[in-house]
Design a protein around this ligand. Sequence first.
Ligand SMILES: O=C(O)CCC(=O)C(=O)O
Ligand SMILES: [Mn+2]
Length: 199
Amino acid sequence: MEGHKMPMVRLPFPDAEVYFEPHFFTEEESDLYFKELMGEVNWQQESIKMFGKELPMPRLTAWYGDKGYTYSGLHNKPQPWLPVLLQLKEKVEQASGHTYNSVLLNLYRSGQDSMGWHSDDEAALGQEPSIASLNFGGERKFSFKHKYRKDTKPQSINLSHGSLLLMQGPTQHYWLHHVPKTARAVEPRINLTFRKVVR
Ligand SMILES: O=C(O)CCC(=O)C(=O)O
Ligand SMILES: [Mn+2]
């Protein structure tokens, strides 16, 4: 492992290397980042093709970075970095000891917005991708389930305002993750996943 500089807590999942820091940013810093990202990011309503139909994605998205990348069947033509995104990139790079060249942003407008089960295992991300995920706004549950081992229980964590989650090593090979819908009243949430597109 390239080694992270922060003493982040490693979650004890088999076949995974997942670290979590619930208070990577203070409440005040997180409030400012939330506002800035809400206002400055060029949020898009993309659609997905399902059963031959075009359906709106259950969240808004935006893609910034150095290189194009195909995600969920969409080709994301990246927009040039915003200063706030470069600032956040630098902070997560310091914490993780990895470098990133792109970021996917997700805006969950309400508890009805969600993300389905998947792994971030696209060839474009290389063999053992390091993904740094930052969270601002309404806290949402994030669950993991093992792809192959039936004896391994699904795992969940709450992605709090200002938290940082790192997924690296074999995590994407063995585990799926998702953000389920919730009937609870939740504030809008912004998630940023920093990635390194290698080809
Ligand atoms: O919103 C989240 O925490 C999950 C985002 C995610 O899994 C992704 O963008 O690949
Ligand atoms: Mn993901």
